[in-house]
Design a protein around this ligand. Structure first.
Ligand code: SF4
Length: 488
């Protein structure tokens, strides 16, 4: 295994716990939450072993241990599609999917945490015995102790009642009555980051999606409230880490491990008040830097130079749309003028490629707005000479956002808008951008999963985790909206 642990972790443990990530190892290794939970479990003395999505993950990464050995299985569910992956995997391991079908017998206890639990935990509610809502590290010691007691007495009813006492844990066998959530819960998302949570990757591997990069969390939550974004509603108020504390920890890691690249994990890198200071320190240690996300209006020469010094010649930013007015309505208050200016700055520093994220099907969007995506792309190419990759995806209204009640565009309309965009882009003769589009069908599936309630989660469980067979319409969505309002 070409993995190097950045933090020394206790060996062994007393509670075999399968920690599953429903995607392949490369993606799992680039999810900082998964790193944190693994480390926290090991530090709690739990015999946690990791399982990733492919190949069929019936043996753990650590010990090649068979799944049957684990009385506890939990998953980190980062987004809607992960839930399907998790359910299909349990199903193929012959574990009954609905919690009711596991009440009797020696089936494992199934739990979940992860970003999806901040958005809509009901998607997971028919399958999981417990769902940790929000920042999981807050409740893990409590969960571990409850499970330890269960290992002694084997009493599931007692375990579920104990877990149900915690305000940030949803326990479907206790809290769902006649198909409806019967209790108010709270998302754990307000604790200061410093001193409480780890801040870096637990392991380094060249096989992560970002290569051998040490991930460092600078910030959680966002002060802005972009109309489509789940982040402000779910991850709570903006919480920064202290740069001094970060540097102290980084120095320890740099002294003990070979780290060439540091990946700064933050919703919008330009928001951290002392980001430039951190970049200076990393440059002084000769470390390459990458950013999880760059906000165009916060982009500075120092950030671009740091990327270039780290060997990157490409940047990724999200103009979202080609018209200023529509972009402002999304909550992104910057203009095409500013985008072009920042791209010119990047090009002047030797960055020759940009990946630009756009959405279609936004509330109030016109065909002219679609044409403006091509116009903005053409202008950037003309004024910078950059190669562009356009990543275009349909707008999907999600729970917990300003636009949670907005309409989803629908497959035929989204295809029509894509056709307009393809036609307009074909008029760009020089350096025509590469176009990568999320299929409207895929977006439709994401939309319905995002709004699944307990009833649809049950149907998904009965169908072995295959969402295509689950009926879904606007009535189902309205019901989930009401249930979520009751839950939070
Ligand atoms: S899109 Fe970015 S800036 Fe806007 S709310 Fe989300 S994280 Fe914050």
């Amino acid at each position: 295994m070409d993995e190097e642990c950045v933090t020394e972790l206790p060996r062994g443990g007393d509670l075999p716990w399968a920690l599953f990530y429903p995607a392949d190892y490369a993606v799992a290794s680039s999810n900082l939450g998964y790193h944190y939970v693994y480390r926290a479990l090991k530090e709690l003395g739990i015999a946690a072993e990791r399982f990733c999505g492919s190949p069929v993950p019936f043996r753990s990464i650590e010990g090649d241990t068979l799944l049957e050995r684990f009385p506890v299985i939990t998953a980190s569910v980062a987004y809607e599609g992960n839930a399907e992956g998790f359910f299909r995997w349990l199903n193929s391991a012959n574990i009954p999917l609905h919690f009711e079908d596991r009440l009797l017998g020696s089936f494992p206890i199934i739990g979940a945490g992860g970003a999806m639990t901040y958005i809509n935990p009901l998607l997971l509610s028919a399958v999981c015995d417990f769902i940790v809502l929000g920042d999981a590290l807050d409740s893990l010691p409590f969960v571990a102790e409850s499970l330890r007691r269960y290992m002694q007495d084997g009493n599931k009813t007692k375990l579920f009642s104990a877990l149900a006492e915690h305000p940030s844990i949803l326990v479907p066998p206790v809290h769902i009555r006649q198909g409806e959530v019967s209790v108010r819960r709270r998302i754990a998302n307000d604790q200061p980051l410093d001193g409480k949570y780890p801040m870096t990757s637990t392991w380094l591997t060249p096989r992560s999606s970002f290569g051998k990069t040490l991930l460092v969390e600078l910030q959680r939550g966002c002060a802005r409230n972009c109309s489509y974004c789940t982040l402000p509603g779910c991850f709570g108020k903006m919480r920064f880490r202290d740069i001094g504390v970060i540097m102290e920890r980084l120095e320890e890691i740099f002294a003990a491990h070979e780290v060439e690249q540091v990946g700064l994990v933050t919703p919008e890198a330009g928001d951290h008040p002392r980001i430039e200071e951190l970049l200076d320190l990393l440059a002084a240690r000769d470390k390459g830097v990458s950013f999880a996300s760059l906000r165009i209006d916060g982009l500075t020469e120092k950030m671009l130079s740091a990327l270039k010094t780290g060997g990157r010649h490409s940047i990724t930013v999200a103009p979202e749309t080609g018209s200023d007015e529509l972009r402002f309505s999304c909550g992104k208050k910057f203009t095409n003028e500013l985008i072009t200016e920042k791209m010119k700055l990047a090009a002047s520093l030797g960055i020759d490629q940009a990946k630009l994220y756009f959405m279609t099907g936004l509330p109030g969007e016109t065909d002219e707005d679609i044409r403006s995506i091509a116009a903005l792309s053409g202008r950037i190419i003309d004024e910078t000479g950059m190669n562009l990759i356009l990543s275009v995806g349909p707008f999907v209204p999600k729970p917990g956002t300003v636009w949670s009640r907005a309409e989803f565009g629908g497959v035929p309309e989204l295809k029509r808008k894509y056709d307009i965009l393809i036609r307009e882009l074909s008029k760009i003769k020089k350096k025509r951008p590469q176009l990568r589009m999320t299929s409207p069908k895929e977006a439709e599936s994401e939309f319905s999963l995002a709004w699944y309630g307990y009833k649809e989660s049950t149907a998904l469980a009965k169908n072995g985790g295959v969402s295509k067979k689950v009926p879904f319409d606007s009535t189902a969505r309205a019901k989930t909206l009401l249930e979520l309002e009751r839950l939070w």
